[in-house]
Ligand binder design. Structure first.
Ligand code: ZN
Length: 420
């Protein structure tokens, strides 16, 4: 399946260095932001202001994005010409005697973004509008432990094609949020412990060739982070982390206004940071990883040992409900789960001082009650500085939708060459 009306653009590769580095005194490098990086940052700010505030005039956008009135035209005009943004009808100015202002917003006719969420055994595909609406959602399952990679690719392409066929213009591109160890530079799924059929799969090249569209891939928790940043509790934040618990545990960082990826996207393997020396054997083959004490397999084992009914269906949400109904056992297990999650956050906090953590996946299913438990444990465990506030929140939008929006956000940021 190929689109006829393929737009003429090339997907921006993440440039390894868009900063100018000047030598500083005493051999320390001083980093200055170059003009082109500044342009990307400003464009990102303008888009974020539109996401956060809805349609706005140029003057209001300039104020909200913190850029001056002359700069705003240079940022907005190319995006109008490209069809990403559109000017609405003039509305009277708020200021007496002021010129009528034309509000600017995302063009409903603009191409959409293709998004894929790929987790062991499960595929979700959809189209995401520039304002974050999810359309043409399709779901499918595959055998994660199977050997037949072609069978997986057939399911993948069928599902994605069913979604893409709903778009009346070629999407800007396809963003994939995938579980496992991802090489985001080369578009390869390196290893997925729970889905060996995906190991070594050069999915980006395969889909790029099949659809003749730009394709980007990133680690699932990093897509959650991008979804948080554009559409969730990370809006407007300069530094925060996303933490995911489910069958596995993962995370991603947004530091000083940028997504931190590490070499070829290898940063954020939080599930395999060690919290217990010589602890339990992990899926990765090592011992004592954070994942061994704060993901669902641990929770199910503990629930079984404590004599819970149907321990295989235990979740943070169920523990919160049963604790509210007076179950001491549920309250105890919820507290241990929250404490084990808190230990990993503690190490992150001591290392990077991110101060803000957005929970996703199973632990987020426990809502504000689970988040507050985690926060209390972090408070107790961390060696705090005076006046330091540590915030632990849940993304209330729902994990699947955040990951899909985040996957679309990966395309958006590549396409617009945004620094995010
Ligand atoms: Zn591990």
């Amino acid at each position: 399946m190929k689109f006829e009306n393929q737009p003429s653009y090339s997907l921006g590769q993440r440039s390894p260095s868009s900063k100018e580095v000047l030598p500083g005194e005493g051999g320390v490098n001083v980093t200055l932001v170059s003009q082109s990086t500044l342009g990307e940052i400003n464009r990102g700010r303008v888009l974020q202001a539109l996401y956060d505030n809805g349609p706005k005039s140029r003057a209001e956008l300039a104020r909200l994005a913190g850029v001056n009135r002359t700069t705003i035209t240079g940022i907005v005009q190319p995006m109008i010409e490209e069809g990403l943004l559109v000017e609405g009808d003039a509305v009277p100015s708020d200021f007496k005697g002021g010129k009528p202002a034309r509000p600017i917003y995302f063009n409903p006719e603009a191409p959409m973004l293709g998004a894929v969420l790929l987790l062991p055994g499960r595929i979700q595909t959809c189209l995401v509008t520039l304002s974050g609406e999810i359309k043409a959602l399709r779901k499918a399952q595959f055998d994660p432990r199977g050997e037949d990679r072609d069978a997986f690719l057939t399911i993948m392409k069928d599902t994605l094609s069913a979604t893409l066929s709903q778009a009346n213009r070629a999407p800007f591109g396809i963003g994939i949020a995938s579980g496992g160890m991802i090489d985001s530079d080369n578009g390869v799924i390196l290893a997925v412990n729970l889905a060996p059929v995906l190991t070594g799969l050069p999915l980006v090249d395969i889909l790029q060739e099949h659809y003749a569209l730009p394709v980007v891939i990133d680690h699932h928790p990093r897509a959650l982070l991008v979804g948080d940043r554009w559409f969730g509790p990370g809006r407007g934040q300069q530094t925060f982390a996303a933490i995911y618990t489910g069958e596995v545990l993962g995370g991603a960082f947004y530091i000083d206004g940028r997504v931190y990826r590490g070499l070829a996207g290898s940063g954020g393997e939080l599930g395999h940071t060690v919290v217990q020396i010589d602890g339990e054997l992990c899926n990765c083959g090592k011992h004592g990883c954070w994942e061994t004490v704060a993901a669902l397999p641990w929770l199910r084992r503990e629930a079984a040992q404590m004599g819970f009914e149907e321990p295989e269906s235990i979740t943070a949400a169920r523990l919160v409900n049963e604790a509210a109904e007076g179950s001491k056992a549920a309250d105890d297990l919820l507290d241990r789960y929250a404490r084990n999650v808190a230990f990993g956050i503690l190490n992150l906090q001591q290392t990077l001082s991110l101060n803000s953590y957005v929970l996703h996946g199973d632990i987020a299913g426990g809502g504000d009650i689970a988040a507050e438990r985690v926060r209390q444990h972090v408070e107790q465990l961390v060696r705090k500085r005076p006046n330091q506030e540590i915030s632990i929140t849940v993304n209330g939008i729902g994990e699947g939708h955040t990951a899909l929006r985040g996957a679309a956000g990966l395309v958006l940021s590549s396409h617009l060459k945004l620094v995010i």
